[in-house]
Design a protein around this ligand. Structure first.
Ligand SMILES: O=C(O)[C@@H](CO)OP(=O)(O)O
Ligand SMILES: [Mn+2]
Ligand SMILES: [Mn+2]
Length: 557
């Protein structure tokens, strides 16, 4: 790849090139006060602990939520998409949640090409809305769905079917009932006003539709069967009753609710997707919509038997994959995350190895590279995916593939072939989402062992490590009141927190290759994840582009 002048990075005046850098992202690893709900504190994590104590020059905290990562407000917890986007792109982009808010508030969403396209079905056919039903703000938001439904009805949608996916992962488990009741009440009002509006199907997000990175197509198939074919093992006349009843099944919770369809008095599904219908998927976040989008859009498709492939007018809330241009129609233009650090470094000859297990593979590749799949330069990059366990909830195998990721990273470091070895270690996050505190402690220990393995390899090649996280999760596993004490529910019970948090995340640098005098600056007011890219570019021996968020480090004599 010839380096055009636009891509050429200036040499760093003080820092050398050619050091091997291990870049470790601990998924869902925030910093919080120690107590019994802080699984990171309660796990033996000697590698991570060794970085922290008495080392203010090489260990610090950075912001990983809210406006620091392009989310609408400081009440928005961080997540992997916005976190890895910020880490990789070195700048803060207004993210999907915010762009959709703006488009809905101004009404522009209804004037765009995407909406016009789907609205051509309104007169004669059904509008289906499919997505995650909660106010979590990570993948979707209920208030955005409400505005979309209202706006569509005002613009001629006569028959509306909503296919819901219950959450319990970005919000408390059990909250699905309240969200379904709220939606149902809206639909009742619409019906009173002459719009035939109903919930048509549903299921838990982790079991129905929202798989990612092709971990388990069965998940998408279950959703297809319910949404398109109108077939599911459970049939109900009413969605509130469906959710309440199915939550009582063994092992069921909001995340893993079995699929159901709503049927009429004669037992017929009320809303299968058929030829001529319009479909809008109202999630703004990409990763868990890509597989579903392929099933809805691709003529050639062999991942499961679709039985019927209806000719529909389909639009995503956003375009979910910029490289694949998928879906081809969308309501809101996604953030244009360009000139990522990965692309710059590839243009400047830096060779990169990236690895995680399936459930986080796209985080260190696709999200890292600004929601773009594929290599920038095949000769310089190698991305390795370790297959994740599928069909289980991760508290059953809390060690996940941490050690395998550690081994792959170690081998890549020792091979001498790569300047940057980048990994995501998923345990704190994936097991934290199960709400299983004991398993999450085991998960954090496993993550730390993987970190240690990578540190050892860096030691051998006299390289540098940068270790950080994308957002919090495992460091706080209980819902708290304003004073920070565990909040009790109406029955006086603790409410286990399965979601991410608002906490800052640690970042540490070190290793024998770190030049003397490199330390974290103290003059940045609120450093966040977006400051990491410039830092890493410096450690590779380059000055970051001038519009990147400033580097976290300085070199003192
Ligand atoms: O699992 C997911 O989809 C989200 C939570 O909704 O987690 P993360 O952002 O860490 O991928
Ligand atoms: Mn994450
Ligand atoms: Mn997560």
């Amino acid at each position: 790849m010839a380096t055009s002048s636009a891509w050429k990075l200036d040499d760093h005046p003080k820092l050398p090139k050619g050091k091997t850098i291990a870049l470790i992202v601990l998924d869902g690893w925030g910093e919080s006060a120690p107590d019994q709900y802080n699984c990171i504190h309660n796990a033996p994590t000697p590698a991570m602990d060794s970085l922290k104590h008495g080392a203010p020059d090489t260990w610090t905290l950075i912001k990983a939520h809210g406006t620091a990562v392009g989310l609408p407000s400081e009440d928005d917890m961080g997540n992997s998409e916005v976190g890895h986007n910020a880490l990789g792109a070195g700048r803060i982009f207004a993210q999907g949640a915010k762009l959709c808010d703006q488009a809905l508030a101004s009404g522009k969403i209804f004037q765009g090409e995407g909406f016009k396209y789907v609205s051509e079905s309104f007169e004669t056919n059904t509008l289906h809305l499919v997505g995650l039903l909660s106010d979590g703000g990570v993948h979707s938001r209920l208030d955005q769905l409400q505005l979309l439904i209202k706006g569509s009805a005002e613009r001629g949608a006569k028959r509306i079917r909503v296919h819901i996916l219950t959450d319990g992962r970005d919000v408390l488990d059990g909250s699905s009932v309240g969200f379904v009741e709220t939606l149902e009440a809206d639909l009742v009002t619409l019906r009173e006003n002459g719009v035939d509006a109903q919930i048509a199907s549903g299921g838990g997000r982790m079991y129905v539709t929202l798989d990612r990175y092709e971990n388990d197509w069965e998940v998408v198939k279950r959703g297809w069967d319910a949404q398109v074919l109108g077939e599911a093992p459970h049939k109900f006349k009413n969605a509130v009753e469906a959710v309440k009843t199915l939550r009582k099944e063994p092992g069921a919770n909001d995340q893993y609710l079995p699929p159901f369809v709503i049927v009429d008095d004669s037992g017929k599904a009320v809303g299968p997707i058929v030829d001529g219908d319009a479909v809008v998927t109202f999630n703004f976040r990409a990763d868990r919509m890509v597989m579903h989008a392929k099933a809805l859009e691709y003529e050639d498709f062999d991942k499961f038997d679709r039985v019927r492939f209806p000719k529909i007018r389909y639009a995503g809330m956003l375009q979910y994959d910029g490289e694949l241009k998928l879906p081809s129609r969308y309501l809101v233009s996604p953030p244009e995350i360009d000139r990522t650090s990965g692309e710059y470094l590839a243009h400047n000859g830096v060779s990169t190895f990236a690895c995680s297990e399936t459930v986080k593979f796209g985080h260190v590749t696709f999200f890292w590279n600004g929601n773009r799949s594929g290599y920038f330069n095949e000769k310089l990059e190698e991305y390795v995916e370790i297959p994740s366990d599928s069909g289980i909830s991760f508290n059953v195998q809390p060690k996940m593939k941490a050690l395998e990721i550690g081994e792959k990273a170690r081998d890549a470091i020792l091979s001498g072939k790569f300047d940057q070895v980048r990994v995501n270690i998923p345990n704190g996050d994936m097991v934290g989402h199960t709400g299983d505190i004991e398993a999450t402690v085991v998960a954090c220990e496993a993550a730390d062992l993987a970190v240690k393995m990578i540190f050892d390899a860096i030691e051998q090649v006299k390289g540098i490590y940068v270790v950080t996280a994308d957002h919090g999760n495992a460091e706080d596993m209980v819902k708290r009141d304003k004073s920070g004490k565990p909040a009790l529910d109406k029955e006086g019970k603790l409410q286990i927190l399965t979601s991410h948090t608002l906490k800052p995340v640690p970042i540490a640098i070190g290793g024998p290759g770190l030049s003397k005098g490199v330390r974290f600056r103290k003059d940045l007011e609120t450093p966040g994840l977006a400051n990491v890219a410039a830092t890493v570019m410096n450690l590779h021996g380059f000055v970051a582009p001038s519009d990147y968020e400033p580097t976290l480090i300085e070199v003192v004599e």
